[in-house]
Design a protein around this ligand. Sequence first.
Ligand SMILES: Nc1nc2c(ncn2[C@@H]2O[C@H](COP(=O)(O)OP(=O)(O)OP(=O)(O)O)[C@@H](O)[C@H]2O)c(=O)[nH]1
Length: 377
Amino acid sequence: MRPKNHDDYQQDALIEFNRDITWRMFTGALIYVACWSCIVIPYNVLLGNIIPWELMWVCFAFLASSGVIRLSFVYDFYVKSKKDPHTNRLRLYVGLLANSATWSGVTAFIVYHPEFESMGHFIMVIFGILYAFISLNLCIDKVQLRIYLISYILPISIAYFAKQGSDNVYIACLLWASTVPVYRIAMMHHREYWSLFHQAYLLKDYSAKLAELARTDDLTGLMNQRSFNQIFEQEIQQAVESRQSYGLLLVDIDHFKMINDSYGHLTGDHCLSQIGLSLNRLIEDNIKVARYGGEEFVILLPNATEEKALALAETVRQNLSASVFRFTEREFTITVSVGVAVIYPQQRTDAQRLFQFADEAMYAAKAAGRNRVVLYQ
Ligand SMILES: Nc1nc2c(ncn2[C@@H]2O[C@H](COP(=O)(O)OP(=O)(O)OP(=O)(O)O)[C@@H](O)[C@H]2O)c(=O)[nH]1
């Protein structure tokens, strides 16, 4: 599986945020109906039904329908954001506007009605508690917070203005004034939320980058020796257990010391990184390649036959020897010696021994004059 990169982690963070906002909106959509059914209705009963039942039901119907509309928008967002995390949040905003304005409208109706005065004070307490709770609940999204504050305060303040009298106008003004500290406190939480959110995301991203660095060889971008050892051990174990063959190619550059001595270490480094790029093409075909160290490379071939391993070794040898390396106006070519070893299910062997076989084959290729492929027999 491809290791995750920066964009993947950013995508993950957005998915996490969408999940969070969906959950907050979901609870928000239920809270008004729950408050009405579990707090306001019982209190009305305690007061001796000062608000007639028919009116209670009408208010309930309004709250429930705006809640259902909002929930359907929340669900729609949830489904769409799963497919595309960048999907816009417009419907969430519309649902929030409808739902909050309905609750505030219902509260305004009770507050405005002189006959429901005793209920009016009580419902304003509930209104205030929800005001604080929902502002903090929505603080993760600035736009929603603003929509909420306006849609929540507007109907109730209109009711107080309409009631007239200096005390009511004063309350209405006070309600608008309260949006400033509420907004500021919510924004403090907003910043805290996002800073923690970004830290968590950056931490994941950095640890993935560190893991990637620990796995890769700097010069060639190939797997390094440590990573190779781990994978090689695991794969050999799997091959033995599932009774499959396994091949290993050991590619060693011939007379690499001469390149360093004649053209300098920088040229040698450049040559190694170019070889890395060449071998990278094998990775595109899902073949694992590693720089074992110095001027030695290894190629892992699960489920390989001798023919397949030899054919690949020959292709690698020919490609590398046909390449012309250029660095600071110098041109040169190289050759490689390749040792090939393949184990079969009946040979119960281990990673170390297979490596040793390939190594012996590679030294045999060197001894036989270099620039050749030798199979361990
Ligand atoms: N530029 C550079 N050289 C390296 C690096 N790692 C190892 N070498 C050089 O690779 C050379 C390996 O030399 P030897 O082991 O003698 O092998 P060789 O010259 O390739 O000769 P044969 O393998 O026998 O064909 C040494 O000169 C090392 O300094 C590296 O990362 N960069």
